[in-house]
Ligand binder design. Structure first.
Ligand code: C5P
Length: 244
């Protein structure tokens, strides 16, 4: 077979074309970056763990009626996905105050929000992925009013399902980032990945505010034991999907 054509290489994944124009191959890497790629590193085994976690979560979401791009996982680090036109937005949902929400609003880390917050960021490295208002989304024609409503609705449904799932894993889903794409019929489909790279996950069985962190904040903040934290998430997700 000829070498597949590389479509795009991101910070944590490579996207290849396949022989089928409707299917792409995502290869998950161990590389890690943070703070708009100012901090770089590698987390041993991350590609495999994120590929597995994302695959299980996408299957759980599909079973709950949330359309997403996952097709299958042909190897440990590869995911076959539906080819979509990616919407250049990062849709963030927050349940507990952390990260940029604390930095930008002064809210104390760990404050439980009275309702989930849905935010839109412009997926644009050169601009540093800025937070967008609804008016700016419309101005830049990044989404129509109807699409904004759909994205908000889908993001909240994903949050409900994932929060309940992680609750059963004794993990708090603090916040997470989603990306969406459009299929040929212009339907919004959940895409990208859902993993400790893209979620904040706090272990409910640990009180220490640093030790409870099971996500990329361990890498961002140099807390150590990054791979061990991802492994723990994978084990709990696996236990959950095999016992339900
Ligand atoms: O940094 P911030 O607090 O805005 O991040 C919110 C959530 O979105 C976190 O779970 C973070 O891991 C995720 N995120 C991401 N990719 C980005 C920005 C944020 O996965 N480029």
């Amino acid at each position: 077979m000829s070498t597949p054509e590389k479509l795009y290489e991101g910070k944590a994944k490579i996207l290849y074309k396949t022989e089928d124009p409707d299917i792409l191959l995502t290869v998950f890497k161990d590389d890690a970056t943070a703070f708009n790629a100012q901090k770089r590193g590698s987390i041993s085994g991350k590609g495999e763990m994120n590929c597995a976690i994302s695959s299980y979560l996408f299957q759980e979401l599909a079973a709950s009626g949330i359309p997403n791009h996952f097709i299958d996982r042909p190897t440990a680090t590869e995911m076959r996905v539906q080819a979509l036109k990616i919407v250049p937005l990062e849709v963030v949902v927050r349940n507990i105050a952390a990260g940029s929400l604390c930095q930008q609003t002064g809210l104390t880390l760990g404050t439980i929000l009275p309702y989930p917050l849905v935010e839109f960021y412009y997926k644009n490295d050169a601009l540093g992925d800025p937070l967008l208002t609804r008016d700016r989304l419309l101005l830049l024609e990044l989404a129509t009013p109807d699409q904004i409503e759909q994205l908000q609705h889908l993001a909240l449904r994903v949050n409900e399902m994932l929060s309940a799932f992680f609750q059963r894993c004794a993990i708090n889903l603090v916040d997470f980032k989603l990306e969406f794409g459009l299929d040929r019929q212009q339907n919004l489909i959940l895409a990208d990945e859902i993993s400790p790279d893209t979620c904040r996950l706090w272990d409910q069985t640990v009180n220490d505010p640093n030790r409870r962190i099971l996500d990329k904040d361990r890498f961002r903040q140099d807390l150590g034991e990054v791979a061990a934290a991802y492994q723990l998430v994978l084990e709990r997700v696996l236990t959950q999907v095999t016992t339900q």
